[in-house]
Design a protein around this ligand. Sequence first.
Ligand code: GLU
Length: 282
Amino acid sequence: MSISRFAPSPSGRLHLGHAYSAVIGHDSASKNGGKWLLRIEDLDPGRCRPEFVGGILEDLDWLGLRFDGEPIVQSRRTHLYADALERLRDQGLVYPCFCTRADIAESLTAPHGDAGAAYPGTCRGLPDDPERRASTPHSWRLDSAKALSFASLPSWVEADGVRFQSRESDFGDAILARKDAPSSYHLACVIDDADCRVDFVVRGEDLRPSTPTQRLLQILLGLPQPTYLHHPLVLHADGRRLAKRDLAPTLAAMRGSGVDGLELSGQLKAGLLPLGFAFSNP
Ligand code: GLU
């Protein structure tokens, strides 16, 4: 039996891409008598709003997708992420970072890996300064070079059996706890996947670049390795990403215009998209 999860951020209404991800995850869990969990990734106080949680529940219900148990709400679980950060801090694998976004942009000369702009390492190796930490907002970053000297370059297995091997350039001293939030996406994701015994991670291929850092964290924290299914993204037929600025139709709008949710989820399960949309790698 496998355990899978759908992990939307309540920062807006769900769109067709979310529906596809949810349908694929739900289908793969139900095929082998597994469980499908709903996790609300609401750690970003600037972007997440409680009313969007209600929207997620409505949309899943409309699609006929039932999740097992109660939703797992990250903002109620921050003690777990704080414990994990402390374990990494005890191992000397994280360091406080006082840089602002502007500082980083200014000093950035390093090449960018797949995981986004590499951090130039300004605060790595600074002597510990508890006074500065007490008085200055700071994030905590993974010292990836040090971490990789303990763990060899992580690899992982995709659901089709293909093994992905990470490279050093995939790691960029990821933020694990933010100035304004008790944890980052990476740390909360690996802690929750392990805590909820998720062994089958189904998500869009845009998140594949997050996987090396997440696998590294699993190794450092002694957590089990799930199997990953990074599915193609749903795009507009002309190749544009589904995003608010591209006027992606929300599921709420589709419902409002008379689309039948059960029919839509049946179509998505069969790999068919409504007119005007296409997969990222057909
Ligand atoms: N919260 C992430 C998103 O909405 C998904 C994270 C994941 O599935 O690992 O894109």
